[in-house]
Design a binder for this molecule. Structure first.
Ligand code: NAD
Ligand code: DAU
Length: 357
């Protein structure tokens, strides 16, 4: 028995790999292109573990995908690999189409060929789990009900549109070919190993460096936050007990305005790593900056289906998850230094350089 994970050197993927190997003897093959977001340092704990087979490659490489499936004969594929940052998709959408749309299509084709040739018992047990996002549903008004699995798709950014496209392909492969696929649509994750282009790690690290904390627009956009370990548990539950062909929404029932999130990070830092009196509290670094184009106002997930059918519920509150996360970044200065390379600085200049305060 083995599983094939894609994107397992990224934020959620590496948390998933570490969780998996921490509680199961089953080996996994980890296919990752090691883009700027993929980092083998996330997997340092399992470097010497023979159950972790790392393959440096692209989900869009059809011969590689086919040969990995034939060689390792996995019982399941879990597809985390993607370009994942909305701001990057606005400044350069091509790579999002390539990986999220063409790459997922290529992986689905390889999976279909492999699955078709499996003996009946293995064929019935096989799963293709596609990890997706709540952003495919578009933006909610203040009083709208949360996104359910039946909410129509209305993606607003190139990132969201590319993920929506991949979700549609996964759905079609189940409907047309019978491939036993599952899709999860999850809300905003945070936790250890998140690349500091995303709001929470960016704010923690900027604050520690005494830099401005950039809040887009009026700071009243709402996201529904989920601690990454809770997302990993949801993916495992769907993989083991989800019904093929189904979609499961995953979320923390933890809606927060961005400005609240930033203020909470500042408050935790004031306690764990206080600044001197002369510098004042971390919140004095907050700056409202030019908004993200097309910025979705509110996301919220109705996770009733996964709770009811699979018994999943988040274990971490936002307050406890945020405190753990801040502490993790404080304790991992080497990891932080490793990801804040010249390339990262170029991204910061590109994304924030032209924003007015
Ligand atoms: P991430 O950007 O941190 O990691 C993505 C990983 O995929 C990296 O290791 C990268 O090297 C790899 N990758 C990129 N292109 C690849 C390719 N062509 N072939 C193989 N590997 C490739 O992303 P993340 O935040 O960990 O997100 C993982 C998945 O979860 C994505 O599909 C994303 O859409 C989805 N998701 C993320 C969140 C979130 O809040 N971060 C929420 C819901 C869903
Ligand atoms: O909802 C799930 C999605 O969450 C995932 O599919 C994406 O992969 C993930 O990146 C995330 O998308 P967001 O755009 O919501 O995440 P981000 O951390 O970039 O931004 C969170 C909110 O904070 C958003 O409203 C934009 C705002 N923001 C972000 C940054 C980077 C700021 O105000 N300032 C910033 O500097």
């Amino acid at each position: 028995m083995t599983v094939l994970i894609t994107g397992g050197a990224g934020f959620i993927g590496s948390n998933f790999v570490l969780d998996w190997l921490g509680q199961s003897e089953e080996p996994l093959v980890n296919l990752d292109k090691l883009t700027y977001a993929g980092n083998l340092a996330n997997l340092g704990e399992v470097r010497a573990d023979p159950r972790h087979i790392f393959v440096h490659g692209d989900i869009g490489d059809a011969p590689l995908a086919r040969s990995l499936l034939e060689r390792h004969r996995p019982r399941a594929i879990v597809n985390f690999a993607a370009e994942s940052h909305v701001d990057r998709s606005i400044l350069g959408p091509a790579e999002f189409i390539q990986t999220n749309v063409v790459g997922t299509f290529t992986l689905l084709e390889a999976a279909r060929a492999y699955w078709t040739g499996l003996p009946p018992a293995e064929k019935g047990a096989f799963r293709f789990l596609h990890v997706s996002t709540d952003e495919v549903y578009g933006s909610l008004g203040r009083a709208d009900p949360a996104f359910a699995e039946t909410t129509p798709y209305a993606p607003n950014s190139p990132y969201a549109a590319s993920k929506a496209s991949s979700d549609h392909l996964v759905r079609a492969y189940h409907h047309t070919y019978g491939l036993p696929s599952l899709t999860t649509n999850c809300s905003n994750n945070y936790g250890p190993y998140q690349f500091p282009e995303k709001l929470i790690p960016l704010v923690i690290l900027n604050a520690l460096a005494g830099k401005a904390l950039p809040v887009y627009g009026d700071g009243a956009n709402v996201r529904d936050w989920l601690y990454v370990a809770d997302h990993c548990r949801a993916v495992r539950a769907v993989l083991e007990r989800g019904r093929p062909g189904e979609v499961y929404n995953v979320g923390g029932s933890s809606e927060k305005r961005n400005i609240e999130v930033v203020r909470e990070i500042c408050a935790v830092l004031d306690e764990l790593r206080p600044r001197g009196d002369a510098q004042g509290p971390y919140a004095s670094l907050i700056r409202f900056v030019t908004d993200r184009p097309g910025h979705d106002r509110r996301y919220a997930i109705d996770a009733a289906k996964i709770r009811r059918e699979l018994g999943w519920a988040p274990q971490e509150s936002f307050a406890s998850g945020l405190r753990r996360t801040v502490q993790w970044y404080l304790d991992h200065a080497d990891w932080v230094q490793g990801v804040q390379s010249g390339d990262y600085q170029r991204w910061v200049d590109l994304n924030y350089g032209a924003r007015k305060q």
